[in-house]
Design a protein around this ligand. Structure first.
Ligand SMILES: Cc1cc2nc3c(=O)[nH]c(=O)nc-3n(C[C@H](O)[C@H](O)[C@H](O)COP(=O)(O)OP(=O)(O)OC[C@H]3O[C@@H](n4cnc5c(N)ncnc54)[C@H](O)[C@@H]3O)c2cc1C
Length: 472
């Protein structure tokens, strides 16, 4: 059923109470209710977009320019699935490995722990569960993305099932504003309505699923209010936040036109050898223009440049296409990149606004360079063309401000770890030291790979559902 906070009974009964109805929260809620559990989802927004709800997502950014925090996510039923693009790919096995150049940042689980959930997650996201990557060069793989089509908008897609269910209730306009503590343990969520009402909802299990920025903001605030009793080892809380940097990192002159869009990544061996992270390259033909026309236009506009480019390649065959090499890569998880609170600016519920500190590191730069070089070596070896690394990357210039910059992928801050001093949740997404409180979503990622996060978020929610069901 779907109801408003004003219509929620005095003592709602739920085995599991979930804050947030985005992909993380709804996937978990549906899996649990299908298995017979009573589930209550508290959604801070309403049925549709409203300024009243969205303004609660305001915040500031310090460091490299980033999207407005109230622009890069949506705060209503279905969350950011209402505007996501549907790009899907699971994390690679190498993303879960410990790496000497990433001390204290690794997953306490392996890809094999998520694989059993791949097929079900793909069914939810309307994609084929086949990711048939191919090794095309000694250090380059051609990789497969899948696109959610028709794109899964979770609230619309699962509305009929939620409406028909007597075990699953989604409560709209119900913002979680605090946690109720008893003996150092979280036992319920404090809920605020837009009319100023406040109440507490208790359940045997609590799950925070409010997105990769908000999970951090709320946990920081709740922990402050609980005098540090919610997350007792809070050293990493809010920190090691990550995005996927999205930039044009070079150009490729191709002699044989690749068909359509192609995606590549550096092999794990190359990543290990260069001491870098995972990087995806996107090779798209320029605006879909026929290649001969692009070459002709280049000759007309800049004949010397075109000749120079061709003579440098040393190949007699006609250049057929020039493409921009775009990359989206794994960002180094660094303590400096974090969500913090600004107590001087508070929202209508008294919660401090978030301040996102975000910038790039030398490892971020080296990861992109290594990928372009590996790709360049591949196309040169097979005489497919030649590649040029972008000047700003090689010359240590600042990262551009007029590019895509990021993917709206908000990861880390309440990361998963195998000991409380290195993270906020354990391998089962349970907050260290808490019996009932769990976190769902990409804020638990200790590292982010280069793949878009929602497929992994969905796998993790299905795994969390199994864990909660096994606990009884
Ligand atoms: C423009 C854009 C394009 C994207 N494209 C892709 C893509 O192609 N592929 C991909 O994998 N990912 C993509 N993403 C990212 C994707 O949208 C997120 O990974 C996904 O939505 C995260 O799911 P979530 O449930 O963790 O969080 P969200 O979707 O953010 O959901 C959080 C929910 O919590 C609710 N909430 C927040 N605060 C409270 C509170 N205090 N109390 C109660 N409820 C609350 C919100 O209203 C919302 O419903 C894109 C994102 C954007 C913005």
């Amino acid at each position: 059923m779907i109801l408003d906070l004003a219509d929620l009974g005095a003592e709602p009964e739920a085995d599991v109470c979930i804050a947030g109805s985005g992909p993380a929260g709804l996937t978990l809620a549906l899996a649990l209710s299908r298995a017979g559990r009573r589930v209550l989802v508290l959604e801070g927004g309403g049925e549709d977009y409203s300024d009243e709800s969205q303004e609660l997502y305001r915040g500031a950014v310090v460091g490299h320019p980033y999207f407005g925090l109230d622009f890069t996510r949506l705060r209503y039923f279905g969350g950011s699935s209402n505007h996501w693009g549907g790009w899907c790919r699971p994390l690679d096995a190498v993303d879960f490995e410990e790496k000497p150049h990433l001390p204290h940042a690794h997953w306490p689980i392996r890809r094999g722990d998520l694989d059993p959930y791949l097929e079900a997650a793909c069914a939810i996201l309307n994609i084929e569960p086949v990711f048939d990557d191919t090794r095309v060069g000694p250090e380059i793989d051609r990789i497969r993305f899948r696109f959610s089509r028709p794109v899964t908008r979770h609230a619309q897609e699962f509305r009929p099932e939620i409406e028909a269910s007597d075990r699953l209730a989604v409560v709209l306009n119900a913002s979680v504003t605090g946690v109720e503590m008893e003996g150092g343990q979280a036992v319920g969520f404090e809920v605020g309505g837009y009319d100023g009402s406040r109440r507490v909802v208790r359940a045997a299990r609590l799950v925070l699923a409010c997105g990769g920025i908000e999970n951090n903001r709320l946990m920081l605030h709740f922990n402050d209010r609980a005098g540090g009793m919610l997350v007792r080892e809070a050293r990493t809380l809010g920190r090691y936040w990550m995005e996927h940097p999205h930039f044009a990192v070079g150009e490729a002159a191709y002699f044989s036109m690749p068909e359509g869009q192609q995606y590549f990544s550096t092999t794990p061996e190359r990543q290990r050898r260069d001491g870098v992270l995972n990087c995806g390259l996107r090779v798209w033909t320029w605006m879909g223009e026929p290649s001969y026309r692009v070459s002709r236009e280049l000759y007309c506009a800049a004949p010397r440049l075109a000749q120079k480019l061709l003579s440098r390649t040393g190949v007699l065959g006609p250049m057929t296409c020039i493409t921009v090499l775009r990359a989206a890569w794994e960002q180094e998880p660094r303590a400096e990149n974090r969500v913090a609170l600004d107590p001087s600016v508070r929202d209508r519920f008294g919660i401090p606004q978030p301040v996102l500190h975000w910038d790039f590191s030398d490892l971020d730069r080296r990861t992109a360079i290594s990928a372009v070089l590996a790709f360049g070596e591949h196309v040169a070896r097979d005489n497919l063309g030649r590649v040029r690394v972008a000047d700003w990357l090689l010359q240590d210039a600042p990262f551009p401000e007029n590019d895509a910059i990021g993917g709206n992928h908000h990861m880390g801050g309440t990361r998963m770890s195998d000991a409380p001093e290195w993270g906020v949740v354990d391998r089962n997404c349970r907050v260290w030291g808490q019996e009932r409180l769990h976190i769902a979503g990409s804020s638990v990622f200790p590292t982010g790979g280069h793949a878009n996060p929602t497929l992994t978020i969905t796998q993790l929610s299905l795994r969390l559902a199994d864990h909660l069901l096994a606990q009884g």
